[in-house]
Design a protein around this ligand. Structure first.
Ligand SMILES: Cc1cc2nc3c(=O)[nH]c(=O)nc-3n(C[C@H](O)[C@H](O)[C@H](O)COP(=O)(O)OP(=O)(O)OC[C@H]3O[C@@H](n4cnc5c(N)ncnc54)[C@H](O)[C@@H]3O)c2cc1C
Length: 480
């Protein structure tokens, strides 16, 4: 570049949860910070989210709700739940620092109500601050002492919005210069000093900005980039996208252009459009009418298994009693796609081969009579024979089968990417040789976080805020 138009010690790209936390910590470390955001408003996908943060190890909310927890149990759960390829080193740090991170969020102004929501759901209709995220289900309950760790900010309305309002206020209070309408397009790389700035576009003009200490990339994932999906995560194409158009993977590509390695670009969250409380009371079957998972587990796990291991075919089968037991505001606006007097009729209407679904229900009911589920180990409290009139839903159902039309896009799988730039636990970006790229940091969904092939709600805002803070501190400390 010929010269610099402006600059700061640390430049943070993206104003979501990871970028906001990086900016706050860098500024609190005493350096000048510029936070660049391509849109006119701040908060990114984080502001649209459900606001759940995966935290534990003994937080004040857990203690107030009567759930003892330790970092060791949180670690054991997360290593299993984050699935094959989970980053154990990162999880260890995350679990060990979780209580302190909770306190930091509370100090920043994030309100958590010390009350517990017990029913399976994606989003409780209440302000309760704590909920299960599958910790009490098989196989996790056998691997670690179960404790609920889904922490939710208390807000009558949108919780992600509240979280980002609080963090954005903290960004301003820390003295960060926030600059909107600024699309970062490239990194400036100096062979002797590493990444020294960014080239951005503001209202059609190119601006070149110098970063005295470093650049933190926190610009979201790549779920909105079909070319990248086709190349790295083709199984996500054609499903409902969770995120915004700005999750275009540009930051990942910018980092790749200066030699960054990427990690687990193929991994993804895949939530499913079945009401969790109804899943727990029914059975989920694949395209062969066979069960494949304990239906009371974290509902995103059902979605991942259905999409990645069952060819995207899944049906929720339940009886009238189960349906009636689920409060209307927990049914996600979904109504049964099929209702029949008997399982045999349902099987025929759904197009399953004769006896396929009947055999599945017969085996399920045989064991359920004794309150057991020896095949998939659903918790006893949800195990009851399916009797009388039955109904079913197809994961592929669209608007016609919902009350509010909210699912009228893609399929019933809602996906976003988890992989990204490979970093150290301090957020330093690594190159393909495993060496640190001088002056370059990443956090949030631009980076590969704690996830392998698994996901639990709250781990994205959780690791984004936790490792975002670290990346900000590391960038502030960095001297060339
Ligand atoms: C409906 C919904 C519910 C969700 N619920 C939860 C939940 O409860 N818990 C949870 O953990 N996760 C949840 N998620 C996922 C979670 O919101 C995201 O994974 C997380 O917010 C990503 O944070 P981030 O900081 O990495 O990115 P973002 O919050 O997306 O922030 C990135 C920012 O960078 C900006 N940007 C992008 N490119 C550039 C560029 N080139 N130059 C400048 N700026 C740029 C974007 O505009 C954006 O503002 C949910 C997502 C959705 C959509």
């Amino acid at each position: 570049v010929a010269g610099w138009d402006d600059g700061a010690d640390v430049i943070v790209v993206g104003s979501g949860c990871a970028g906001a936390c990086a900016a706050i910590e860098a500024a609190r470390a005493g350096v000048s910070v510029m936070l660049l955001e391509r849109t006119s408003g701040f908060g990114g996908t984080s502001a649209l989210s459900g606001g759940a943060l995966y935290l534990g190890g003994g937080t004040a909310v857990q203690a107030a709700c009567g759930f003892p927890d330790t970092p060791e149990d949180m670690f054991s759960f997360l290593v299993a739940a984050m699935g094959p390829g989970a980053d154990e080193r990162r999880i260890e740090e995350y679990a060990a620092g979780s209580v302190a991170h909770f306190d930091w969020l509370v100090d920043a102004g994030v309100p958590f109500k010390p009350s517990f929501w017990a029913e399976p759901t994606w989003t409780p209709p209440t302000e309760d601050g704590l909920m299960w995220m599958g910790e009490n289900s098989h196989p996790f309950r056998e691997l670690a002492r179960p404790a609920p760790r889904g922490h939710r900010p208390a807000a009558a309305g949108h919780r992600g919005w509240l979280l980002m309002e609080v963090l954005t206020t903290a960004v301003a209070a820390a003295g960060v210069r926030t600059v909107g309408d600024t699309l970062v397009e490239r990194l400036v790389w100096d062979p002797s000093a590493g990444v020294v700035g960014v080239v951005a576009r503001r209202f059609g003009e190119e601006v070149v900005l110098r970063a005295g200490h470093g650049v933190v990339l926190a610009a979201g994932g790549f779920i909105a980039n079909n070319d990248m999906l086709a190349q790295f995560a083709p199984r996500l194409l054609d499903h409902s996208k969770v995120g915004t158009d700005n999750d275009d993977g540009r930051a990942i590509r910018m980092a790749q252009a200066v030699g960054a390695a990427t990690k687990r670009l193929e991994t993804a969250q895949a939530s499913i459009n079945f009401p969790p409380a109804l899943m727990a009371r029914g059975i989920v079957v694949n395209g062969s009418a066979a069960r494949f998972i304990n239906e009371d587990t974290y509902p995103g796990r059902v979605g991942q298994h259905a999409l990645f291991h069952q060819g995207g075919r899944a049906f929720l089968v339940f009886d009238e009693q189960g349906y009636e037991e689920v409060a209307e505001d927990l049914r996600m606006g979904r109504i049964p796609q099929w209702t029949c007097e008997t399982v045999a009729e349902l099987e025929a209407e759904m197009g399953f081969p004769e006896r396929a679904l009947q055999a599945t229900v017969e085996v399920y009911n045989f064991h359920a009579e004794r309150g057991e589920d020896p095949l998939f180990h659903k918790q006893a409290k949800w195990v009851r024979p399916l009797r009388g009139a039955v109904g079913a839903m197809d994961v592929a159902a669209r608007r016609a089968h919902t009350n509010d039309g909210a699912l009228d896009q893609g399929t019933g799988f809602r996906v976003f990417t988890l992989g990204g730039v490979h970093t150290t636990v301090q957020g330093e970006v690594l190159d393909r040789e495993g060496d640190v790229i001088d002056g370059l940091y990443a956090a949030g969904r631009t980076s590969s976080g704690i996830h392998g092939w698994g996901y639990i709600s709250g781990t994205s805002l959780g690791d984004g805020t936790f490792f975002g803070r670290r990346a900000g501190r590391a960038a502030a400390r960095h001297v060339r």
